[in-house]
Ligand binder design. Structure first.
Ligand SMILES: Nc1ncnc2c1ncn2[C@@H]1O[C@H](COP(=O)(O)OP(=O)(O)OP(=O)(O)O)[C@@H](O)[C@H]1O
Length: 443
C-alpha cells in the first residue's frame, strides 16, 4: 500500500539519502530525492510536495535559508530538518523558521518515520477540511433567477463548453465555477483559479503560460503556468473583462489549438482543460469601446450564466444569515442562542452592495463580537445602521404625505366626507378606504 504522501529528500550525501529512502519504502512511503537545494526549490515550484526532508548542512545552500524558501513558495509543505547530534540550536532555529520537526543524523530512522506519520495526520486533516469547505456552500434558494442560474450550471457541467459567469462582485461567481467543476467528470482533477485583475499584463502572461529558466529578468527557475496546471481539470479565469487585447488574443489561440508554449520556449505542450470565465463588467460595452475582442467573447461564452445580486434575492436572506451564523459559530466555537429582533430586522433591510461576501463578513464579525450567545444590534456597524435608516421607500413617503393632506382637508370640511372626497378628486368609498388604511381619526 502506498501511503500517498509526496515526500522529497534533499541531501548531497548519496549513501545516507539511499538509507532514508529504503526505510521509507519499508514503511510504504515512496519518495523522490534530489542532491541540491536548487533542485529542491525547482521541484517544489512545479509539483505539490507534502514533506521535504532536508539535511541542514549542504554545500549549495544553508538549511535555514532553504526552510525559508520552501515555506515562501509552498506554505503547506512541511519540512523535517536533519541536524547533527548536539546541535539543538540549529534544530530550534529551523523550527522557528517554520520547519515541522527535526531528526538527528545517525539516530534510529524509526524516529524519522514517527515524524512523518505525524505530518501524515496533519495532511489528511487539512485535505478533509479543504474538501469540506470547498463543498460548503449554501445553494438552496427560493429565488427564481438564482435557481435558473443553478439549473443551467448543473446542466452545462458535464459538457466541455466554455461558460461565462456574469454578476456583481461577491455574488459567488467562483463558488459557481467550483460547483460546476465538482459536478463535472473533471472533478477529481485540479480546479485552478486565476484572478486576472490581480496581475500586470506581463505577469499575467507568465502566470498563465509559465516560463523557462532565464526567459526574462527574474525568471530564475523554470515554472509551469496555470493553464498547464489545469491539465485535465478546470481553469477559472476571474475578472476576464479586465484583460488586455493581447492576453485575449493569446487565450483565443490556446482555445483553438489546445496547446501552449512556456515563455522562452518554442515547444508546444498539449493541454486539455475546461474554461470557465467570470466578469462583473459590461462586456458588450467593452466590445463597442474596442476594449474586448468580439471573437474572443463568442469563444468564451458558449453558455452564459447570470447570477443575481443579493439585494434581488431578499427571500433567501434569512436562510443565508442563519447558514453563516451556524458556520461561524462552529468555526469560532461559539454557542449562538439568539439574534436580537432589531439586529435581524436591520440585516434583512440592508442592501449588501458587496453581496454574499459582505454578508459573510458582517456575520463573522457579529459572531466574533457576540456575548452570552446573543447577536446584538449594538455590534452592527454604524455604517450599516445608517444605511438602513436612510432607506425610506418612496411608497412610504407618498403615504405619509397623503395622510397629512387628507387630515387637513377633513378638518377644513368639518369631516364632511362628500366635500372632502370631491376636493381630493376621489370617490367617497376611496376616501373611506384611505381613512382606514392610514388609521385617520374621523373627527
Ligand atoms: N452560496 C454561497 N454559500 C456560501 N458562501 C458563499 C456563497 N456564495 C458566495 N459565498 C462566499 O462569498 C465570497 C465571495 O464569493 P465569490 O468569490 O465566489 O464571489 P465572486 O462573484 O467570484 O466575487 P469577485 O467578482 O469579487 O471575484 C466567498 O468568500 C464565498 O465563499
Amino acid at each position: 500500500m502506498d501511503n500517498n504522501l509526496n515526500i522529497l529528500i534533499v541531501d548531497d550525501e548519496k549513501e545516507y539519502l539511499q538509507a532514508i529512502q529504503s526505510v521509507l519504502l519499508t514503511n510504504d512511503y515512496t519518495s523522490h530525492s534530489v542532491n541540491s537545494g536548487e533542485e529542491a526549490i525547482a521541484l517544489i515550484r512545479k509539483t505539490k510536495v507534502d514533506v521535504v526532508i532536508i539535511d541542514y548542512k549542504m554545500k549549495d545552500i544553508n538549511g535555514f535559508e532553504l526552510v525559508d524558501k520552501i515555506k515562501e513558495i509552498s506554505p503547506d509543505t512541511e519540512v523535517i530538518v536533519i541536524t547533527v547530534d548536539g546541535d539543538i540550536k540549529s534544530a530550534v532555529e529551523a523550527i522557528k523558521k517554520g520547519a515541522f520537526g527535526y531528526f538527528i543524523k545517525n539516530h534510529d530512522l524509526d524516529e524519522l518515520i514517527l515524524e512523518i506519520k505525524k505530518i501524515e495526520k496533519v495532511v489528511k486533516y487539512k485535505n478533509k477540511v479543504e474538501s469540506l469547505s470547498a463543498q460548503n456552500f449554501f445553494l438552496e434558494s427560493e429565488n427564481e433567477s438564482f435557481n435558473k442560474a443553478l439549473d443551467l450550471a448543473s446542466r452545462a457541467a458535464d459538457s466541455n463548453s466554455t461558460i461565462l459567469l456574469l454578476g456583481e462582485s461577491g455574488v459567488g461567481k467562483e463558488v459557481f465555477a467550483n460547483y460546476i467543476h465538482n459536478l463535472s467528470s473533471r472533478k477529481n482533477n485540479t480546479f485552478v483559479a486565476v484572478n486576472c485583475h490581480a496581475f500586470s499584463e506581463n505577469l499575467l502572461q507568465s502566470e498563465l503560460y509559465g516560463h523557462e529558466k532565464g526567459a526574462f529578468t527574474g525568471a530564475y527557475e523554470k515554472r509551469i503556468g496555470r493553464i498547464e496546471a489545469a491539465h485535465e481539470g478546470t481553469l477559472f479565469l476571474d475578472e476576464i473583462g479586465d484583460t488586455s487585447l493581447d492576453v485575449q488574443l493569446n487565450l483565443l489561440r490556446v482555445l483553438d489549438n489546445r496547446k501552449i508554449a512556456r515563455i522562452g520556449s518554442n515547444r508546444l505542450i498539449d493541454i486539455d482543460f475546461r474554461l470557465i470565465c467570470a466578469t462583473n463588467k459590461d462586456i458588450s460595452r467593452s466590445i463597442k469601446e474596442n476594449n474586448f475582442r468580439e471573437d474572443f467573447y463568442y469563444r468564451i461564452s458558449t453558455i452564459v450564466i447570470k447570477i443575481p445580486p443579493l439585494r434581488d434575492r431578499k427571500e433567501d436572506l434569512k436562510k443565508l444569515i442563519n447558514y453563516f451564523i451556524t458556520t461561524y459559530a462552529s468555526e469560532l466555537k461559539k454557542d449562538i442562542q439568539e439574534i436580537e429582533e432589531e439586529a435581524l430586522n436591520t440585516l434583512m433591510s440592508y442592501n449588501y452592495p458587496g453581496n454574499i461576501r459582505e454578508l459573510k463578513n458582517i456575520i463573522e464579525r457579529l459572531v466574533v463580537l457576540s456575548k452570552d450567545g446573543i447577536i446584538s444590534i449594538r455590534d452592527i456597524s454604524d455604517e450599516i445602521n445608517m444605511n438602513v435608516s436612510n432607506r425610506v421607500l418612496l411608497k412610504d413617503v407618498r403615504a405619509a404625505a397623503e395622510k397629512k393632506h387628507i387630515e387637513k382637508l377633513l378638518l377644513i370640511n368639518n369631516f364632511n366626507m362628500t366635500n372632502t372626497a370631491s376636493q381630493l378628486g376621489i370617490s367617497r368609498r376611496q376616501l373611506f378606504n384611505k381613512i382606514n388604511e392610514y388609521s385617520i381619526d374621523k373627527h
